[in-house]
Design a protein around this ligand. Structure first.
Ligand code: NOJ
Length: 540
């Protein structure tokens, strides 16, 4: 939300800005919106440090504004998902303030994970767990008597103390949060760190494992929480939904979160993390679909989000050398932006051609690259500080959207108001929504056409996927019955297309009608329904 559109002229995206841009979302053709945390937060981690889950930060608006936005989105035919962050709160949350103030052994400390340190004077952290943002996952507090005392657990930043999910208050409070927003019409939640929440009560040291016995990820106890949340969601009419951010290391462990009485969907990060290589993509798709088939859940595909380097920039690197999907992993590899752009065009036809749910991260429809050279003094991501200035973090994918005009802030806010905290590059003038809308060769036109076809074509969205056995190794080639073929050429040379009518392609075919390297096409083929006007032409 912070980087989408600023409606009140303070340089920060907000509810009014999003509401004013609903027509863009409708034109683009998405059918739901996921809004990152808009709750009161000191912003130690981009709003994922929350001091009150049942309020809206004044920077964005009020709860009344939120309700108005939900109504406006619904009237436009869009559903709305909020973020819920159950693993931790902000250190400014009243519960944590009470826990610090009430001292060791108090009931309020039980809602978090406080422990006495190791060492003669408790001067060492209770175990070897590491924060996701670098450094120890424990911080020692100053007790009310002024002396150094207990340590508390934070798997993320020190300003994000982990909650104790064995405590009844925590469960009751999150149920109240679900109901608070469901009662206001919200259609569901994206669940932050859904594989977190529970910790091994022995707090044993982490050995290098990512299996069911891991002491702080993917523990069995978490499934009962999602079963109970599902009962809350199912009691609404229409039932509300959950989309989990589930990171377990294997598709089969992730699939356990979307069994039919738990969450509805979970992001398939294997696909996002796969290099742009046919084998890797095929393997990610096959293992994801196979695991999900066992539990009867839909796949949820995603190429980019607010936590990873934008894929147009990831794909601009030599894919045999990429190791990781964050700016820090790829910064030193030479980049070919035109190649990244071309691959990003092909990638969206793959993404939207797959069976299940597809998520688009704001700005990818404009082909926005990662901003790799943000000055150090504007960086907000805690990774920058926690890494001692070696990891620039995730700000490069969070730079505000360029909407219109020739000069920054490109319609994100009005001119003359405070500039957005993360500056847009001046050359983004050619990437604005306004510049791309009327250009049939733009990324925006491709996304719009693909989403429109996906909505109308009976083969796309839910359904089956059949691999084409005769496909060359560098070509990802599958059929979506009835009658749609998805062909992605990841090889170095053009490939002949199968028989069929090209419905949409990521770039022009060559003079011999072949699909060039790093390109994708959708074709209507043999068992296609006779076109009855439902599927628009490329120029529709
Ligand atoms: C995942 C969120 O997507 C990310 O932005 C955040 O830093 C962590 N969870 C911690 O809440």
């Amino acid at each position: 939300m912070r980087s989408f559109a600023d409606g009140d002229g303070d340089g920060v995206g907000d509810i009014a800005g999003l509401e004013a841009r609903i027509p863009h979302l409708v034109d683009l053709g998405v059918d739901a919106v996921w809004i990152n945390p808009w709750y009161p937060s000191p912003l130690a981690d981009g709003g994922y440090d929350i001091s009150d889950h049942r309020a809206v930060d004044p920077t964005f608006g009020t709860v009344a504004d939120a309700e108005r936005l939900v109504g406006a989105l619904h009237r436009a035919g869009l559903r709305v998902l909020l973020d819920i962050v159950p693993n931790h709160t902000s250190s400014t949350h009243p519960w944590f303030r009470a826990a610090v103030a009430d001292g060791p052994g108090s009931a309020s400390r039980e809602r978090f994970v406080f422990r006495t340190g190791r060492g003669v004077h408790g001067e060492l952290p209770p175990n070897n767990w590491r924060s996701q943002f670098g450094g120890s996952a424990w911080t020692r507090i100053v007790e009310p008597d002024g002396r150094l005392g207990q340590w508390y657990l934070h798997l993320f930043a020190p300003q994000q103390p982990d909650l104790n999910w064995h405590h009844l208050d925590v469960r009751v409070d999150f149920d109240a949060t679900l109901r608070f927003w469901f009662d206001r019409g919200v259609d569901g939640f994206r669940v932050d760190v859904a594989h977190g929440l529970f910790k091994d009560s022995g707090l044993r040291d982490v050995e290098d494992s990512r299996d069911a016995a891991h002491p702080h990820w993917d523990r069995e106890e978490v499934h009962e929480v999602y079963r109970s949340w599902r009962r809350v969601a199912d009691a609404y009419d229409p039932p509300r939904v959950f989309l989990g951010e589930v990171v377990t290391g294997t598709p089969s462990r992730t699939a356990r979160y979307v069994r039919d009485d738990e969450l509805h969907m979970a992001f398939n990060f294997d696909f996002l993390e796969a290099p742009w290589r046919a084998d890797d993509l095929r393997a990610a798709i096959i293992s994801t679909l196979g695991s999900l088939a066992e539990v009867g859940a839909p796949a949820t595909w995603v190429l980019s989000n607010h936590d990873v380097m934008r894929h147009a920039s990831r794909m601009a690197r030599d894919q045999d050398l990429v190791d990781g999907h964050n700016l820090v992993d790829l910064l030193d590899l030479p980049s070919d932006p035109e190649l990244g752009w071309r691959r990003a065009r092909a990638a969206v036809l793959l993404l939207l051609g797959l069976p299940g749910v597809a998520c688009v991260y704001q700005g990818e429809e404009l082909g926005l690259p990662e901003v790799e050279d943000l000055p150090a003094d504007v960086l907000l991501d805690p990774s920058w500080e926690r890494s001692g200035g070696t990891d620039p973090g995730r700000d490069g994918c969070r730079v505000p959207i360029p909407w219109s005009g020739d000069r920054t802030p490109f319609g994100f806010s009005q001119e003359g108001v405070p500039p957005p905290p993360l500056p847009q590059p001046s050359w983004w003038r050619s990437l604005t929504v306004q510049a791309q809308r009327c250009d049939p060769s733009s990324m925006l036109s491709l996304y719009t056409a693909a989403l429109r076809i996906r909505r109308a074509h009976p083969a796309l969205g839910d359904g089956d996927l059949e691999w084409m056995a005769e496909a060359p190794p560098d070509v990802v080639d599958f059929r979506r019955p009835p009658g749609l073929r998805v062909v992605v050429n990841l090889g170095a040379t053009p490939v002949a297309l199968p028989d069929g009518r090209p419905v949409l392609a990521s770039c022009p075919l060559d003079a011999d009608g072949r699909l060039p390297s790093d390109a994708a096409a959708w074709l209507e083929c043999d068992d296609a329904p006779v076109s009855d006007g439902q599927v628009p032409n490329e120029d529709a």
